[in-house]
Write a new protein. Structure first.
Length: 354
């Protein structure tokens, strides 16, 4: 597993291109995606009549992170996630999983990696209509050749995990959209994947069910700590779920950052359009504005670094001078009312200048 100074890296996407056209590979030397000028290469691709669906895309995904990729329709977000799993073959670049380049493994090795290390959930659920819930969830293990008793036992554990116990004998047509998506999630988790791809998994659901599924997703992540690449076009969903967000436009990544970084310092007008209607109190967290803790400040009444100002501000109604911020039981800083006011004032000034 590759290392950084802060956290382990699970997945590396490095200079990945997906070009559609009869001579797509001619734009790259030895297919490695290394070009002297990415902008000029994009221009040549367009001028030749080829289509650049993903253009020089690079990012890292850390262990246990929810990494959001978002953008408008046609931005390349679904193309890149399919390149990561080689459901779509990249034209050039590198995709490293635990340091191994997935673009250079054999077909047999790739099948084994998909079966044992990857989980995938898509918008259309993809359930098999002739199988009941238990059989659908157990199906990936059946493909692996796991014996019936073991795979059904594991499938039942996943069904209980997603809150569908009692419906294991039902068929997809007998389930609501939200229940069908839970089956899809349980099925993808059945193989205990190290890396989980979710491509707009909730976008086909109505708003109330979508919110419930987001809650369910966050509950599962707290239990399982998966490394996740999550595709969405909904910025509020990205803010709610993501540790970091990559925003794509025309096949390119235009900005990568935490939700607060993307909202507070958008890279360009395109990102600004995504963020302009987002209330800052829903984005800025205690961790974003905390100062070093004063000596003797205990963990009593502490809040996590991820708590947003929306939930933090009411706590100052008790007249507190500072609220401790704790991570895994350790005090890592403190937040004062002045820090909250300064953050909101700065956000208001930025909005006025926009």
């Amino acid at each position: 597993m590759a290392k950084t100074e802060e956290r382990d890296i699970k997945l590396v996407c490095r200079n990945v291109w997906k070009v559609y056209g009869p001579e797509a590979g001619s734009f790259f030397q030895q297919g490695n995606g290394q070009v002297a000028d990415a902008g000029a290469t994009i221009d040549r691709i367009r001028e030749s009549g080829h289509i650049g669906a993903a253009c020089d895309v690079s990012f890292d995904v850390h262990v246990g992170e929810i990494f959001i990729i978002m953008g408008l329709s046609g931005s390349g977000k679904s193309t890149i996630v399919r390149c990561l799993s080689r459901l779509v073959e990249p034209t050039a670049g590198e995709v490293l999983l635990d340091g191994e380049d997935l673009l250079r493994v054999s077909k047999e090795q790739l099948i084994d990696i998909r079966r044992h290390k990857m989980g995938m959930v898509f918008q259309n659920f993809g359930l098999l209509p002739h199988l009941n819930v238990l059989e659908n969830v157990a199906f990936p293990l059946q493909v692996q050749g796991v014996d019936k008793a073991t795979r059904l036992g594991r499938a039942m554990e996943m069904i209980e995990l997603v809150g569908l116990d009692g419906r294991e004998g039902s068929y997809p047509r007998q389930l609501s959209g939200g229940q069908q998506q839970r089956v899809g999630i349980a099925r993808s988790l059945c193989v205990e994947p190290e890396l989980w791809f979710l491509d707009e998994p909730f976008s086909a659901l109505d708003p109330l069910i979508r919110r419930q599924m987001q809650d369910e997703f966050m509950r599962l992540q707290k239990l399982l700590h998966k490394t996740i690449v999550f595709i969405t076009h909904d910025f509020l969903e990205a803010l709610r779920l993501g540790d970091r967000i990559a925003i794509m436009k025309d096949g390119k990544v235009v900005q990568i950052g935490t939700p607060a970084e993307v909202v507070m310092t958008p890279a360009d007008d395109y990102v600004q359009e995504f963020t302009q209607d987002v209330p800052r109190v829903k984005v800025i967290t205690a961790g974003d504005i905390m100062a070093p803790a004063t000596n003797g400040l205990g963990a009593a009444g502490a809040v996590p670094p991820t708590m947003t100002l929306e939930h933090l501000m009411p706590k100052f109604s008790e007249g507190l001078d500072a609220i401790p911020v704790a991570d895994d039981g350790m005090v890592v800083g403190q937040v004062s009312p002045q820090a909250v006011l300064q953050a909101l004032a700065a956000a208001a000034d930025e909005e006025a200048l926009a």
